[in-house]
Design a binder for this molecule. Structure first.
Ligand code: RRO
Length: 312
């Protein structure tokens, strides 16, 4: 019997696949659809303190090898997601869900996290340090000084399970510097990676999304090698208490297998979920199980992080 079950922060999940924040998670209805699919759990759209309309449409476009988006952090506000999660804690007490959040400023991030800390929420919190699409706001985790300041302040009061969503890094020195910071804190996980920020997709003579003259975050097939590199780089560098969630370029069971081989304990699906709907979870899970059966693996532990190198 092959199992794709996993655990994050000590919580068990019957499947290692889930949505990536931003896809199928804006409304309770979308979240319920993921919850009731073959996915192991869900994460909410990144919540800010208040409702946000986001950027003007069109702001998300599926393209042959992936997607481009400049949503601009549209969301229903913290209370909308927190209320739903508190409801689910009553109706589905044996399951654990993820709340994604970030403030529009460090002060707002602290206000939000203090509200979550003071609430009855018993799930897992993901702090999004990597939104590429709010005009005038840089991706926080590309600024190591600000990142370290936020983390040091957060862990002074936040005592619930917390992980961070990271942008892709592209330099070995940046992997070293980022890991050195993360290892100082009681993070439960890092999630690698958010979209590759500020790409440009052109059809005929025009961009395909309205905000920022067409610049947007790239997801899908384009980004798998970058995602795998980030998963593995942090798997090699982080203390074992910090788990890795792998996100980026997961179209098939083979892609999920590669993320786990690089060290991922959970695998998120974004662009493919947007293109295919929640049936993608069943298909990718079946494909992953077939690969595991062929290789004689019964659980993710049998191959997690066991990427082979070419010696000599
Ligand atoms: O809403 C967005 O534009 C967005 C966010 Br917050 C994010 O973290 N990643 C992304 O690709 N889009």
């Amino acid at each position: 019997m092959v199992s794709t079950s996993t655990q994050i922060a000590g919580f068990l999940f019957d499947n290692c696949l889930m949505n990536a924040a931003g896809v199928a998670c804006m409304t309770k209805e979308e979240l319920a659809e993921v919850k009731d699919s073959a996915a192991g759990t869900f994460v909410t759209k990144t919540a800010t303190l208040e409702f946000r309309q986001g950027n003007p449409e069109p702001r998300y476009q599926d393209v042959p090898l992936g997607s481009i988006n400049s949503m601009g952090l549209p969301n229903n506000g913290l209370d909308y997601y927190l209320d739903y999660l508190l409801e689910l804690q009553e109706s589905e007490p044996n399951r654990t869900f993820f709340l994604s959040l970030v403030g529009m400023s460090p002060e707002e991030t602290h206000t939000i996290l203090k509200k979550v800390q003071a609430s009855d929420f018993k799930g897992i919190t993901e702090l999004n340090l990597s939104c590429p699409n709010v005009p005038g706001k840089p991706q926080i985790a590309y600024d190591f000084e600000t990142t370290e300041k936020i983390l040091s302040e957060v862990f002074a009061y936040f005592k619930k399970p917390l992980g961070i969503k990271l942008p892709p890094y592209f330099d070995i020195v940046h992997f070293d510097q980022a890991a050195e910071i993360f290892n100082k804190y009681p993070l439960k996980f890092v999630n690698c990676v958010n979209s590759i920020g500020n790409g440009l997709y052109i059809e005929d003579e025009s961009v395909v999304i309205r905000p920022k003259n067409g610049f947007g975050g790239i997801g899908g097939q384009y980004i798998k090698p970058t995602a795998l590199a980030n998963v593995h780089a942090f798997y090699q560098r982080l203390k074992p208490e910090i788990q890795i969630i792998g996100t980026g370029g997961v179209l098939t069971g083979r892609d999920a297998f590669e993320h786990i081989l690089c060290g991922a304990s959970m695998v998120q699906v974004g662009t493919t979920l947007h293109k295919e709907g929640v049936v993608a979870f069943e298909r990718i899970t079946a494909e992953l199980k077939t690969i595991m059966e062929e290789k004689g693996y019964e659980s993710l532990e049998d191959f997690r992080g066991k990427l082979k190198y070419i010696e000599g």
